[in-house]
Design a protein. Structure first.
Length: 88
């Protein structure tokens, strides 16, 4: 069971978009990405991370998010099939 304090550190907003398993997974990954970016920015602002280290971490997170998007097929339009052309 998660602690009450975890809720405030790791908020998970409700998904309201078009429901598909891929969209739900990507939304979850996107929320995790934004949370980590926020932590990195706060650490850099506080002087705990250098700007270069912050940049490297954010770049790595961005690459991971792009890879996830590609693996889930988000934003990829499928070409029309031969059957679609025959119906016109």
């Amino acid at each position: 069971m998660s602690k009450k304090s975890d809720f405030f550190l790791y908020q998970n907003n409700r998904y309201n978009g078009d429901f598909t398993p891929e969209h739900l997974i990507f939304n979850s990954n996107l929320q995790e990405f934004t949370q980590k970016i926020s932590f990195i920015c706060s650490l850099e602002t506080a002087g705990k991370l250098t700007p270069e280290e912050s940049y490297k971490q954010i770049k790595s997170l961005w690459k991971d998010l792009k890879r996830t998007k590609k693996q889930l097929g988000i934003g990829v339009q499928t070409p029309p099939s031969d059957n679609d052309e025959a119906e016109e």
